[in-house]
Design a protein around this ligand. Structure first.
Ligand code: GRG
Length: 347
């Protein structure tokens, strides 16, 4: 049953992209740019253009620049690395809202830095995020067949290559950030690299994922447990995205702390919104399997406090996030608009 579902997904994907059959090798990496842009363009279309900041235009413009930089960041340098590079590119270029890299650029520009200075870090956070999705989908973790609207990496390339492609994305993120960041003092780059490392480790993504796995199907998981998981599994990468952007842009330690506080609330709201969407949105809209949390007996905000109270909690978190940036005035508009969008999104 499961293999026939995978076969149907693959067939739909192949026919819609013009790729032809041999799922373990190269055809899948060859996503057209227009395909890859679809997800963040959809995100942009949903963005609220109310008030006096055009978030839709902002997400399209910054998203296109990020997409371009991601595309250039991974090349096949010799025949021996073709397979792993294609597997890395397959997931990296499969779309996605690109919200973390856009937040890194927005934070850098908020403190007077340029998009060019932030871009290598923006690429690095998207590589780390993509690695976490590839590993999260593995049979040993969430065991999922669909991600970003296409079959998951291990379904196409096999579990062995998917693990290694994730590892390579993670290490390339650091290499890319260190090699490509130009025109800022070296100490800032070292601080960015230190923070990136911390965000992925035991008190970051990896630790959050361990706690999440251990709480699955368990009775007595509390709101505090849930917050710990989301703080480390989801908010940590959003926090490092804006903190790194701010540091590169020349923010003071106090200013970095304020943007981190903003991102912690946004990260928690992001995850509450994700829990809500898992119940209310379709697999087609999500680009990943809907209803997975209930199927795997995961503790979520809606399960603990109900759907309506979860929506109120997401709004409260966004209101707190907005407060953290109140001293930055108009320069904070992109990050403020993104905070709002986080809980309005459809995928
Ligand atoms: C291997 C060191 C190491 C760590 C990985 C697997 C893992 C540990 C962590 C899982 C992290 C994870 C998948 C968190 C979920 C975060 C989340 C809400 C993802 C969805 O993000 P979106 O909506 O996705 O921004 P797109 O596709 O739009 O980029």
């Amino acid at each position: 049953m499961r293999s026939s579902v995978i076969a149907v997904i693959l067939a739909i994907y192949i026919s819609s992209t013009g790729a032809f059959i041999n799922p373990r090798i190269s055809q899948f990496h060859n996503l057209k740019q227009s395909e890859a842009r679809r997800t963040f363009a959809t995100a942009a279309a949903e963005a609220d253009t109310a008030q006096d900041f055009d978030l839709k235009e902002y997400l399209i413009r910054k998203g296109a620049a990020v997409e371009d930089a991601l595309d250039k960041s991974l090349v096949v340098s010799c025949p021996q690395v073709k397979e792993v590079t294609e597997s890395m590119r397959y997931s990296l270029m499969a779309g996605g809202k690109r919200i973390r890299p856009i937040m890194a650029i927005a934070a850098c520009e908020m403190f007077g830095g340029s998009q060019d200075v932030a871009m290598p870090t923006a690429v690095a956070v998207e590589m780390i995020h993509t690695m976490s999705l590839v590993h999260d989908d593995l049979p040993a973790m969430d065991d999922d067949d669909l991600r970003r609207g296409v079959p998951t990496n291990h379904v196409v390339y096999g579990e062995d290559i998917a693990i290694l492609a994730g590892d390579a994305l993670l290490s390339t993120a650091f290499e890319h950030c260190a090699r490509e960041t130009k025109d800022v003092p070296a100490e800032r780059v070292v601080e960015v690299l230190r923070r990136l490392g911390k965000s992925v480790g035991a008190v970051g993504l990896a630790g959050g994922q361990v706690m999440d796995l251990r709480c699955e199907g368990k009775d007595g998981v509390t709101i505090d447990d849930l917050k710990w998981i989301h703080t480390h599994k989801t908010a940590a990468l959003l926090q490092v995205s804006v903190a790194a952007g701010a540091i590169l842009g020349g923010a003071t330690p106090e200013e970095v702390e304020l943007v981190e506080r903003y991102a912690l609330d946004v990260g928690l709201a992001f995850q509450v919104a994700d829990d809500i969407l898992d119940i209310t949105a379709s697999t087609e809209d999500l680009g990943k399997t809907a209803g997975k949390d209930e199927d795997t007996d995961k503790t979520t905000y809606p399960k603990l406090i109900g759907l309506e109270a979860s929506k109120v909690e997401a709004e409260r978190l966004v209101a707190d996030a907005v407060l953290s940036l109140s001293s930055f005035g108009d320069k904070a508009k992109p990050l403020l608009a993104i905070a709002d969008y986080i809980i309005q999104r459809k995928n």
